[in-house]
Structure formats: structure tokens, C-alpha cells
Write a protein that binds this ligand. Structure first.
Ligand code: BGC
Length: 351
């Protein structure tokens, strides 16, 4: 294993953004950027050994900071996904978080994704990013430190370990927002990718994609991915939990004890033979197929002008808006001065 550092680009205020590339013996590599502690590239082989980049993104850091471009590859904190009415309570104290979309908070307001992270540690196969957020920043309680350690292995596993430490009881729901396109060609729609999700239920949502607190059964609906099949097979079926024209953007409730570490989902591209299996110790996973991304004129890596349905995000998480459903949903608060940990693995292989 080896690691190299390079200059990725500058933000408008002059901040330099670095890229750390971890390469294994076979030549497969993962490139991580200090902006948003994000995944900038993952180059893994197809069934003939040809390496290609399997995540969407951009060639310059500034694009990653635009929320409308979809948080591509970035870490998300403090609390990923939606918070209804941009507020929640802990032990009867109400906290108000940024109202950065509709009437709700999306992805904690974006700060963790759109600002540079420090490097805490590094080895020949790992990079640990660190981000500190002071008490009440963006309305969240607690002097809060999030670290994210990425480790890449000889057998093409990208392991992502998060730790959270806070001096007050608080909420955390960190995730990574990579969009995978296993074909290695960002011009190809992911409707042709096969997907399996080990979940019998999803979180029901209202017309703003905010959880109602109820779970819906996937059985007999377009939501069912228990048997592996093409994402595009039913993506445009009308269904109450889907916004017309957008397709999947839903949280699945994984079939397991909430904090067991198990296989959540498998994504497969038949043509290249590349397969991705996602493991997590969190209870949920957001399936988002890039339905809100641009149909034309988007910046991107090569052929990036279209991003609509060109990547599949598989965001491991506590269910969205768990802070407002701590009883109905499996959720854990971060307790004062007690380290909270969670692990997700992206395991790449060929078939
Ligand atoms: C959300 C989408 C959103 C995307 C990018 C996903 O987690 O569910 O609705 O468009 O993130 O912000």
C-alpha cells in the first residue's frame, strides 16, 4: 500500500484543498480530499482488470461546495438527511438548525460538507479527517468533534470509521454522500445497475420527503429490492413515497438488530462485472439515484454534463429525522464525553 499527497485546487478564499491517494498493490486507488473530507475518486478494476473511476464528482474543489450539485462524495454532519421544521428537542430543550431547504434542515445545513477538514492522522493505507464544531454552531448542542478514518485495503475494501465526541448530550448522524457508477463511465445511466437491499421496510414520507414516523412494507411494491434486479425496472412507477420524475430517494430500514454490522446493499454492473457491497452497523440506508441532479449542463468529471440518474448514493444512516422520532425509530444520542462510533464498508469486487 502507498499514499501520496497532491494539490487538488483552491477555494475562492484561497484555501488550498489537498488530495490524498491511497493505492494498493493491484493499482486500485481511492482519492480523498480535505474539502468535506470527501471521496474524490475510487478506481477499481472491471472483470478484465481495467481500472476506472466509479464515483461521480468534479475536477475542481469549488463545485463540491454547491449544495445544488448534490454533495458528491462528501462527508455529511452533524446530522445527515432531513430535520423536520429545522428543529428538534433533547430533554425538553428545543434546538433550531439551519433551514437550508424548504421548511427543513438538509444534511445539517451543509457546513461539514462544504468546508475543509483537518488531517488528524495518516498511514500508508489510511487517512483520518477531523472536524470540530463549537457548542450551538448551526444550532446543534455540544462542543463536537467528528473524525472519519478511511482505510483502503489490498482487497479493495474502503472502510469508513466515524467517531464523535461531545461535551453535551447531542445528536449525530454522519454519512458519506458518494454517488457510485460502477460502469466507470459517468455518461451511463445507473438505471441499468442491479441492486439488492436487505430491507423489508422503508420510512414513509410526506410530500416533502419528511418521515411521518411510520414504516411502510416494501413487499409487493416498487420499493422491494430483496431480490436483486435493475434499478430502472420500476423507478418511474407512481408510488406514494416517490416524487414524480425523481425516482428512488428513500430510507430503507435494514433487516437486522440496529447496530449489528451486516451487509445492507449490493450494487452490480453487468457489463463491467464490478460489484459493490455495502456493510454498515447503522440501521438505515438512503437509496438516492441522483434524480434531483441536472439533466444537462452540469459540471462534472469527463462527460459530466448530465448527472441525472448517473450515480447511486447508498448513504448509511440512522433513519432521517430520527431526532424528531427518537422513540419510533432506532436512534442513539451522543452522550457527554462518551465516544460514539459507527462503521461503514464499501467492498468492491468483480463477478
Ligand atoms: C437526499 C436527496 C438530496 C441529496 C443531495 C440525499 O441524501 O435524500 O434528496 O437531493 O441527498 O443533497
Amino acid at each position: 500500500m502507498s499514499i501520496s499527497k497532491s494539490f487538488f485546487g483552491k477555494l475562492e478564499d484561497g484555501t488550498e484543498i489537498d488530495l490524498y491517494t491511497i493505492t494498493n498493490k493491484s493499482g486500485a486507488s481511492v482519492s480523498l480530499q480535505t474539502l468535506g473530507g470527501g471521496i474524490q475518486a475510487i478506481c477499481v478494476p472491471d472483470r478484465n482488470g481495467n481500472l476506472a473511476d466509479v464515483v461521480l464528482g468534479f475536477d475542481a474543489p469549488k463545485y463540491y461546495m454547491d449544495g445544488d450539485l448534490g454533495y458528491q462524495g462528501l462527508l455529511v454532519g452533524r446530522v445527515a438527511n432531513r430535520i423536520r421544521d429545522a428543529k428538534f428537542s433533547i430533554d425538553s430543550t428545543e434546538y433550531h438548525t439551519p433551514n437550508n431547504q424548504g421548511t427543513w434542515t438538509l444534511h445539517g445545513g451543509g457546513r461539514f460538507s462544504f468546508t475543509p477538514w483537518e488531517i488528524k492522522e495518516m498511514s500508508d493505507n489510511s487517512v483520518t479527517f477531523k472536524k470540530f464544531s463549537p457548542d450551538m454552531e448551526d444550532g446543534f448542542p455540544g462542543n463536537f468533534t467528528l473524525t472519519a478514518k478511511y482505510t483502503f485495503t489490498e482487497d479493495n475494501i474502503l472502510r469508513l470509521e466515524y467517531t464523535v465526541l461531545s461535551d453535551k448530550k447531542t445528536a449525530a448522524n454522519p454519512t458519506n454522500h458518494a454517488y457510485f457508477n460502477l460502469s466507470g463511465n459517468p455518461a451511463e445511466t445507473v438505471e441499468n445497475h442491479y441492486l439488492k437491499i436487505n430491507a423489508d421496510f422503508f420510512t414513509e414520507t410526506d410530500e416533502c420527503q419528511l418521515p411521518t414516523g411510520k414504516l411502510g412494507a416494501v413487499h409487493g411494491t416498487m420499493m422491494d429490492f430483496n431480490e436483486m434486479h435493475k434499478i430502472g425496472e420500476k423507478i418511474d412507477e407512481p408510488f406514494r413515497a416517490i416524487i414524480d420524475g425523481i425516482g428512488y430517494d428513500n430510507n430503507y430500514c435494514l433487516n437486522k438488530q440496529p447496530r449489528d454490522f451486516t451487509e445492507a446493499a449490493v450494487l452490480y454492473d453487468e457489463k463491467s462485472g464490478r460489484q459493490l457491497s455495502v456493510y454498515t452497523d447503522l440501521p438505515g440506508i438512503q437509496l438516492y439515484c441522483g434524480g434531483w441532479l441536472a439533466k444537462a449542463g452540469n459540471p462534472g468529471k469527463e462527460n459530466g454534463s448530465v448527472t441525472f440518474r448517473r450515480g447511486v448514493a447508498l448513504e448509511t444512516q440512522f433513519y432521517p429525522d430520527s431526532v424528531n422520532h427518537p422513540e419510533e425509530f432506532p436512534f442513539e444520542y451522543v452522550m457527554p464525553n462518551k465516544e460514539f462510533r459507527t462503521v461503514t464498508e464499501f467492498r468492491f469486487s468483480v463477478k
